[in-house]
Design a protein around this ligand. Structure first.
Ligand code: ADP
Length: 419
């Protein structure tokens, strides 16, 4: 019986939260989009949507469809997973989706907690930090699709919500579960529907997870999920499985595709190039001008693949991205690059690639859709938030990396782990 049903607003975010659950022994399956078929059997089922930057009404409709499917699978609790940098626009989609899910579940209150301390994302007094910087001072202010210019999550969330937004402060979290639950009751009585919750370490997240045990819906980054398996085990709902992260070995060639322009991915691309490995840059302007870059990149890749893994990247510096966006529009430029990388992914698989690393949330979504992947088993983590995954019924391993995750040598580290 499925215990936890997760609705993730992008594909890398889905593997991120699934990884967190698997690591604590929950057998977890990720499905891509809302399946037509019958419910999947696992302790946790994660529905990966690509709803972070779609119009709010569309994100709401897809999230509600995912909820209904997870309800049919028997899930006892639901989790709306978004990015640990709270990626959204003034129109949404975190607020509108959270409120629609609450309503559909007949619930009146939930928390919002993007904290993921293992990856440097902490929330204090409602403000989101990325490492030592406020979110608004971090590289996220340059994000191509969801630039984040305000670190005050109460303000960010209130701007996109109909109901009132409140705060569970860190000093309350530190006092433990009863204090947090008392604060929930207080906020509820004041008419607050969404409460931003402070968390600066894993102990805070565990406290929040226990305090939320009876809420029908949790909204959070992946961090809070680390506290849930213990709650379910204590209730006798799951028995942790030591083999939850085991995947089958596959042979074949290996490649990396990068469509993220985030700081961590830029450093990873540079590291790969500096270590003398084959790399090919896709020029977004040439692409927009109609040059057949996918075909050219595939011809280049086929020449190199027999000897070594290749990297193909559109990754560019913020000023380059801004120039392209000014010329062609942010949405069109992003879509063109995504479509090109997705076509390259198809060609690589046809050429025998069986281990593929993809950098970028939206990019991963485009690649996974183009490959027709429906279901992923979640394996061991390469770095916090990024596991290897196995495509169901196909000898294909995918590592879908959120742009800002992973160490500088992530690409080679990932490939070595499954060589
Ligand atoms: P992240 O996980 O870092 O947010 P995403 O893949 O979600 O990465 O988003 C990056 C977006 O930037 C994608 O839509 C991608 O197509 C787009 N993009 C990538 N390279 C360029 C470029 N050189 N110019 C303009 N847009 C780009």
């Amino acid at each position: 019986m499925t215990v936890l049903g997760v609705i993730a607003d992008d594909f890398t975010g889905a593997t991120d939260v699934a990884s967190m659950l698997v690591r604590a022994g929950m057998r977890t399956v990720q499905v891509i989009g809302v399946p037509d078929g019958p419910p999947v059997q696992a302790d946790a089922v994660v529905v990966a949507l690509k709803s972070r930057t779609t119009p709010a009404h569309q994100a709401v409709a897809e999230s509600l469809a995912a909820l209904r499917w997870l309800q049919a699978a028997g899930a006892r609790q639901f989790y709306f997973k978004y990015c640990s940098t709270f990626d959204s626009t003034p129109a949404g989609n975190i607020g509108p989706v959270a409120e629609a899910l609450l309503e559909a579940l007949g619930a009146d209150f939930t928390i919002a907690c993007p904290a993921f301390p293992e990856n440097g994302r902490t929330v204090f007094r409602g403000h989101l930090f990325v490492g030592d910087e406020l979110l608004s001072d971090s590289g996220m202010r340059h994000h191509p699709l969801t630039p984040m210019n305000d670190a005050n999550l109460l303000r960010v969330l209130q701007a996109q919500s109909r109901g009132r937004v409140g705060l569970v402060r860190h000093d309350t979290v530190k006092q433990g579960v009863p204090a947090v639950q008392a604060r929930f009751a207080c906020l509820r009585a004041e008419g607050v529907r969404l409460a931003v919750a402070d968390a600066i370490d894993n102990d805070d997240l565990r406290t929040l997870a226990v305090a939320c045990a009876d809420l029908p819906l949790i909204t959070a980054g992946s961090g809070l999920a680390l506290g849930l398996p213990a709650v379910y085990e204590a209730r006798g709902w799951i028995r942790p499985d030591a083999q939850a992260a085991a995947l089958q070995a596959v042979g074949g060639a290996a490649a990396v595709l990068a469509g993220s322009c985030s700081a961590a991915t830029r450093a990873q691309v540079q590291h790969w190039i500096a270590s003398g490995r084959p790399a090919l840059r896709l020029d977004a302007r040439e692409l927009a001008q109609g040059r057949p870059l996918a075909a050219e990149a595939l011809a280049w890749a086929r020449a190199h693949l027999p000897e070594a893994p290749v990297l193909i990247y559109a990754t560019a510096r913020p000023e380059e991205v801004q120039a392209i966006q000014a010329e062609f529009g942010a949405e069109r430029a992003g879509a063109l690059v995504e479509a090109c990388l997705a076509a390259i992914a198809q060609g690589l698989i046809a050429s025998g690639v069986r281990r593929l690393v993809v950098a970028g949330g939206e990019t991963s979504g485009a690649v996974v859709q183009a490959l027709g992947v429906r279901q992923l088993r979640i394996g061991a983590a390469i770095d916090p938030g990024v596991p290897w995954t196995q495509v169901e019924h196909r000898p294909l391993l995918l590592a879908l990396k959120s742009g800002n995750f992973g160490s500088t040598d992530f690409f080679s580290k990932a490939l070595e782990q499954v060589s």
